[in-house]
Design a binder for this molecule. Structure first.
Ligand code: ZN
Length: 243
């Protein structure tokens, strides 16, 4: 079955692939950049596309963090897939050892916090948040936006919503006290409830602000989290039956 993705190249024996919908996002970003500043259309387009590509490079580094940590425990990542909603490292198995799962889960956000420290060397921090995220077509503004994006990504992934990184830490902590399927059930239930609330919030905000693209992306992201949590729980249950 075609999975609508295009393989780009390998990094440290891991295949990097992009889903075709990623190019739709890039097209939209280019269009937005073109219209952002009527006096500097080409610069706006270049800035927006460069920012998006660098932001996704940070996503790849986050996923590589997981992959390298997993490799230490003999777990392979065959592919990192980039989607408009983020990246996904495809592990050949998920460790049942809580300590291993925690280390692998935390290695991703750790990369974002490392990148924040590197970016802090490049920017001077302004006094207000408005100034911080002000959009001007400079390298400094690009670095500031990347800094903000890494902070948001690092923190968002630590929210205990399974199967995001924080949710994996939650499952691993629960698995220290409870049987693995039960720990997965509770982590997935918390994750699914959060995902449902977030879908409702994203759709309501989308209707109020009429920001259709961002609203659709957010709702899709949380629908994906809901689906992935349910899917992984089913997988654990099925594994249990065979053992
Ligand atoms: Zn992650």
């Amino acid at each position: 079955m075609p999975d609508w993705s295009i393989s780009l190249f390998r990094i440290a024996r891991i295949r990097l692939a992009v889903h075709v919908t990623f190019f739709l996002l890039l097209g939209y970003i280019a269009w937005e950049g073109w219209h952002a500043s009527p006096e500097a259309r080409w610069l706006g387009l270049t800035w927006s596309v460069t920012y998006t590509l660098l932001a996704f490079a940070c996503v790849v580094l986050h996923e590589l963090g997981h992959a390298f940590a997993a490799r230490r425990f003999g777990i392979n990542v065959s592919r990192i897939l980039l989607l408009p909603i983020g990246g996904m490292a495809e592990f050949d198995r998920i460790p049942r050892e809580p300590r291993q799962e925690i280390i692998i889960a935390l290695a991703g956000p750790a990369v974002n916090f490392l990148l924040i420290n590197l970016l802090l060397l490049l920017v001077t921090l302004p006094a207000t948040m408005d100034e911080f995220l002000s959009f001007d077509l400079t390298f400094e503004s690009l670095a500031r936006h990347l800094l903000f994006m890494n902070a948001a990504m690092g923190c968002f992934n630590l929210v205990p919503v399974f199967p995001m990184d924080g949710g994996r830490v939650l499952r691993a902590l629960l698995a220290k006290r409870f049987p693995y399927p039960l720990a997965t059930f509770w982590a997935a239930t918390v994750g699914k409830l959060f995902a449902l609330a977030a879908i409702g919030f994203a759709l309501t905000t989308m209707i109020i602000t009429r920001n259709w693209v961002q609203g659709t992306l957010l709702a899709t992201l949380f629908a994906f989290i809901f689906w992935a949590g349910e899917n992984e729980y089913r997988h654990v249950k099925a594994e249990e039956r065979f053992n």
